[in-house]
Ligand binder design. Structure first.
Ligand code: KG4
Ligand code: ZN
Length: 354
């Protein structure tokens, strides 16, 4: 089964062709970083206009790269929730038009669930890094610019969200931390690179790891962000009582980046540890996705954790961590083969409760 996937939930216009839910024949992503950089964040109206301009060329490029014609598509999938409503509407409308005109099924896919699926995709001729069977029960973590959610999974369609951020998403926290430190947009990858540089001291600042009580599986990053602000620029109104912070030299910036990254990753690991400890039966896999899954320290820590628990770590290569349409087309295969297709009444939904 060959599925064309579309993804326009935020600021990436993406199309992909995936065979049998696993083999990525093409994955084209048109990033809008250049459009939003001057605002240091995504401007929704600019994002939806850019999607409208780029969707058709991106679909054409995906077909060309895969070497197939539209007539060979068995189903059209689209990320229809959650996201920016104007952005989602472009992808959903485009997918409906394609599915209707081709006479093929339409499959609506949850963008956040699809991030968890990205780790089982592979290139043609490549051996899958992880077997698709035997992964369940699993714990799933999605950490991106818009989402930070923890799941228990019995199958690809049997997911329960057991935790989520109560304030900033983890990627958003990275981006805000980067802005505090004067690191250019998009902040997350740049901060990660700076924290990785030789000599970076991740204990230079004592930054808090949020727990939210002994049992909670929720996340909070706003306290960490404020602590970083104070460490970088001093405590407002307290200047007379506390010594001023060290000057924000390049070295200090590098150390604060490393300290922030360490605390943020410790917070994620803490909640994953709890999710494993609270699981009724030991999870067989840890599924991770979203832009922050590209973070080098997080990847090292997750690898270590999964090995210690005897669980498979299913984490995508870097280009499939960030928003892409291959994950949409991949999960759509599971949905379509279990009869979960949509009709033309499929709605773009800005939020999701699962
Ligand atoms: O999944 P994604 O492309 O979009 C959303 O669905 O939000 O994730 C983008 C987020 C941004 O906040 C970006 O700063 C963050 O992922 N990110 C990173 C890294 N690479 C991307 N954060 C930390 N370290 C990275 N290496
Ligand atoms: Zn995403």
């Amino acid at each position: 089964m060959i599925i064309l996937g579309l993804e326009t939930s935020c600021d990436e216009t993406a199309a992909a062709i995936v065979r049998d839910g696993r083999v990525v024949l093409s994955s084209v992503v048109a990033s809008q970083n250049d459009i939003h950089a001057e605002y240091a964040g995504v401007v929704p109206e600019l994002a939806s206009r850019a999607h409208a301009e780029r969707l058709v060329p991106v679909v054409r490029a995906a077909l060309e790269e895969a070497g197939i014609g539209l007539g060979m598509i068995d189903a059209v999938a689209v990320g229809h929730r959650p996201g920016l409503i104007g952005s989602l509407l472009v992808g959903v409308s485009g997918a409906k038009a394609l599915a209707w005109s081709l006479g093929r099924p339409l499959v609506g896919v949850d963008h956040v669930h699809a991030h968890l699926y990205a780790g089982v995709l592979h290139e043609p001729g490549e051996r899958p890094a992880t077997p698709a069977d035997d992964l369940f029960p699993a714990v799933g973590l999605v950490v991106s610019g818009g989402h930070t959610s923890l799941y228990r999974l019995e199958s690809w369609t049997g997911l329960t969200r057991v935790g989520a951020t109560i304030d900033d998403a983890m990627g958003e926290a990275f981006d805000k931390a980067a802005a505090i430190l004067g690191i250019p947009f998009p902040g997350g990858p740049h901060l990660d690179a700076l924290a990785e540089s030789p000599g970076a001291d991740d204990r230079a600042a004592d930054l808090p790891v949020s727990r939210l009580g002994r049992e909670s599986l929720d996340f909070s990053f706003s306290g960490l962000k404020t602590a970083l602000l104070y460490a970088a620029k001093g405590v407002p109104g307290e200047r007379s009582k506390t010594p001023p912070p060290p000057a924000l030299t390049d070295g200090r910036r590098r150390d604060l980046a490393a300290s922030f990254r360490r605390a943020a990753c410790d917070a994620a690991l803490l909640k994953i540890t709890r999710a494993f400890d609270h699981a009724p039966v030991p999870p067989r896999a840890l599924l991770v996705g979203g832009g922050v899954a590209a973070n080098r320290l997080l990847r090292r820590e997750l690898t270590r954790f999964a090995a210690a628990r005897g669980a498979a770590l299913v984490i995508p290569p870097l280009h499939l961590c960030v928003d892409n349409a291959a994950m949409i087309a991949g999960l759509a295969h599971v949905l379509a083969t279990s009869g979960r297709t949509s009709d033309l009444s499929l709605q773009a939904q800005p939020t999701t409760s699962c």
